[in-house]
Write a protein that binds this ligand. Structure first.
Ligand code: UD1
Ligand code: CA
Length: 453
């Protein structure tokens, strides 16, 4: 699009009561500013221009791998002053202005704003709010209903304070107009600041109509000033997501006790018990049950799985019909096929597991390829790390491994092999044989336990 996007993010955010810049506080797992930049990118602007000031270096450092055109505003003399700093970088036909502290602004409404703006030359997003305290008020002409100005709360008279239509702060302007109007701003107001909002009246004076997009979703225009507002907005957003899933027929036992921090897609018949956290992109297929207190990140879980309580699953792929947990930890690059049992206190990392295999208790499986219908006894450990390098363990189909066995990688346990309990396996085990390494048992007669003196 023939568009530059300016993101205002120079303020310290005093009300956050933190030394960290407000826009670097995390919202649903990412800094505010990162979320706004992600949304800005969906419009395919020519440039994204974040205006920063407080702890600028820290912010620039965090985003150093991204294509951004930072501008430093040394002193925060107001939102208009902030945009003036960006003028030398603006070279598209339109400029959109976003706030770094409005994390849920949506791509759809910004598209709508852009379309509306292209008809007149300036547009803004407003919202009707029951309690408009703290916001700039939208003043309209009584007859024509056209917007005539924005008045900041501190500059409002009694009747203006009663107005419920508020300025979200998000606007889009033809860049030529913006440059002219910005140069006419002054700071003759209650806060002695250069208000961006004053360009509305300047536009009206120049006979330019103000296009408006009225938002119907408060979360998407909600700014965050304090930790309380941050938490409230996160909760409200997650609850909204949970409600949407419930409306699709998904049984979320308590929409107040679920954290959906990224995207969660569920198919028919999914049930999610309380206290679960979903991060990144998670997909739950038909009929899968997620017990209480599961933490699941960037993972696809197939059909008809039963996850008992307290599992931790990260970047894994899980097939159909598995029973998992309680207390399983499934780490990145793990892939489970179908009808597998992963029991309590089992950790899997960078491993594949074949159909019908059971790893029921207290095991560590890392850098391994495990075949079908294998049984790993309690306390089986793949010793994959020699202190410097990681090595692979291969366990072929139909292997039975007795309890408390260490497999010193690299090692292959061939098809149908049985490993006796308590073994330390350092060499490949042949097919269909019993392999064990165990000191033979002895008993000492006439032995006396030491007695306390
Ligand atoms: C602003 C709007 C108000 C609107 C409200 C919506 C103005 C004058 N007022 O008020 O109409 O209802 O947002 O939330 O625009 N910033 C800078 N440099 C500055 C000043 C601010 O980068 O010199 C940044 C802040 O970091 C913040 C954003 O601009 O991200 C908004 O600033 P803030 O001071 O919070 O404006 P409000 O008083 O809330
Ligand atoms: Ca604000």
């Amino acid at each position: 699009m023939n568009l530059d996007i300016v993101i205002l993010a120079a303020g310290k955010g005093t009300r956050m009561r933190s030394t960290k810049p407000k826009v670097m506080h995390h919202f649903l797992g990412k800094p505010f500013l990162e979320k706004v930049i992600e949304t800005a990118r969906t419009l395919h602007p020519k440039k994204i221009i974040p205006i920063i000031g407080y702890q600028a270096e820290e912010i620039q450092n965090y985003f150093k791998s991204q294509d951004l055109h930072f501008v430093i505003q040394e002193q925060q003399l107001g939102t208009g002053h902030a945009v003036i700093q960006a003028i030398p970088k603006l070279d598209s036909e339109y400029t959109m202005i976003l706030y770094g502290d409005v994390p849920l602004v949506s791509s759809n409404i910004l598209q709508e704003l852009f379309t509306a703006t292209s008809k007149t030359g300036i547009g803004l997003i407003t919202f009707f709010k029951k309690n408009s305290h703290g916001f700039g008020r939208i003043v309209r002409n009584q007859q024509t209903k056209k917007i005539i100005k924005i008045v900041e709360e501190k500059d409002c008279d009694q009747s203006q304070l009663l107005i419920n239509e508020i300025n979200t702060g998000i606007m889009c302007v033809k860049t030529d107009f913006l440059n002219q109007w910005l140069l006419k701003l002054n700071n003759n107001n209650a806060q002695k600041e250069y208000y961006l909002t004053d360009i509305i009246e300047l536009a009206v004076n120049d006979q330019v109509d103000i296009a408006d997009v009225i938002s119907s979703n408060e979360n998407t225009i909600q700014g965050v000033n304090s930790m309380r507002e941050l938490i409230d907005l996160e909760r409200s957003y997650m609850k909204e997501k949970a409600q949407l899933l419930i409306d699709q027929g998904i049984k979320i036992i308590d929409p107040e006790r679920i954290d959906i921090r990224g995207s969660l897609m569920c198919e028919e018949g999914v049930v999610i018990d309380i206290g679960c956290i979903f991060e990144g992109d998670v997909i739950l297929k038909k009929g899968t049950y997620i017990g209480p207190y599961n933490i699941i990140k960037d993972t696809t879980i197939g059909e008809s799985n039963q996850l008992l309580a307290f599992n931790h699953i990260d970047q894994a792929i899980i097939g159909h019909g598995c029973n998992i947990g309680p207390y399983a930890r499934i780490r990145p690059a793990t892939s489970l096929s179908n009808n597998i049992n992963i029991g309590n206190f089992v950790e899997l990392k960078k491993s594949t597991v074949g159909n019908h295999t059971k790893i029921n208790h207290l095991s560590y499986v890392g850098d391994s390829i495990i075949g079908e219908s294998v049984n790993l006894g309690a306390g089986t450990i793949t010793c994959n790390y020699d202190g410097a390098n990681k090595h692979q363990t291969i366990i072929e189909d139909d292997v039975f491994i007795g309890s408390d066995t260490q497999l010193i990688a690299p090692v292959i346990i061939k098809k149908g092999a049985t490993i006796g309990a308590g073994s330390t396996i350092v060499e490949d085990a042949p097919e269909n044989q019993l392999t064990l390494s165990r000191v033979s048992q002895k008993s000492i007669s006439n032995w006396q336990r030491p007695k306390k003196k």
